[in-house]
Design a protein around this ligand. Structure first.
Ligand SMILES: [Zn+2]
Length: 216
């Protein structure tokens, strides 16, 4: 399937911080928290500096606008994992600057639409949230399946923050419903959402590291 870019893009500034064409077809989406309520232009400025050494395919800004920084055909430098970034479309989402990195409802609404659009253009009818690193990374998706992965599985970071992390099941269900598929997730029985008892701890240095890496 030929690679394309989203028609939802409001602003384009291609980043030098990327590798060439992907070595793996797209079957993952990795949403991130920017650590700041940035604009699409501000995030574009940050990724345009080669010294930033980071990028994402898309960004969703504080007003729900979509920025394109690395075309879908190319590998972004976003998830601290070559293996993941080769197959994932990465999306930076404007958020609060500290845990739980809350996002505005307009940002989340755009994320649902953008994930739906990415799935549709890449021939997927289901978005899956498997809720567990080992399960998700070992999962071999069917041709019509897209899998959500998160940055915290690959680096000592909270990203995408507890606010979005706790909504990834909801995100997967909304996107799958919009694609016309079943909202049932395949490998595990869906259990009612339990209150999180484990706080994901982020040290001050980690937060500062995030801010340095993901300024906006
Ligand atoms: Zn991240």
């Amino acid at each position: 399937m030929a690679y394309t870019n989203s028609g939802m893009v409001d602003y384009t500034r291609l980043s030098p911080n990327r590798s060439g064409q992907r070595t793996h077809t797209i079957d993952r989406i990795s949403p991130h928290c920017v650590v700041g309520h940035c604009t699409a232009e501000g995030l574009g400025d940050w990724f345009a500096r080669s010294s930033t050494q980071a990028s994402s395919n898309y960004g969703i800004d504080r007003n729900g606008r979509v920025g394109l920084y690395v075309e879908e055909k190319n590998r972004s430098w976003c998830t601290s994992s070559n293996a993941n970034d080769q197959r994932a479309v990465t999306i930076e989402c404007a958020s609060d600057a500290k845990e739980p990195y809350t996002m505005k409802s307009s940002v989340y609404a755009t994320l649902v639409k953008l994930c739906t659009d990415i799935c549709r253009r890449n021939g997927k009818s289901k978005l899956l949230w498997l809720g567990d690193k080992d399960k998700a990374l070992a999962y071999n998706p069917a041709a019509d399946e897209m899998v959500l992965t998160v940055h915290r599985w690959f680096a000592d970071k909270s990203c995408p923050g507890e606010w979005l992390y706790s909504r990834l099941g909801d995100l997967a269900s909304r996107v799958t419903a919009a694609l016309g598929g079943t909202t049932e997730q395949p490998t595990q029985p869906v259990e009612p959402e339990q209150p999180k008892t484990q706080i994901y701890r982020v040290s001050k240095t980690t937060v500062l590291g995030l801010q340095r890496e993901k300024g906006c």
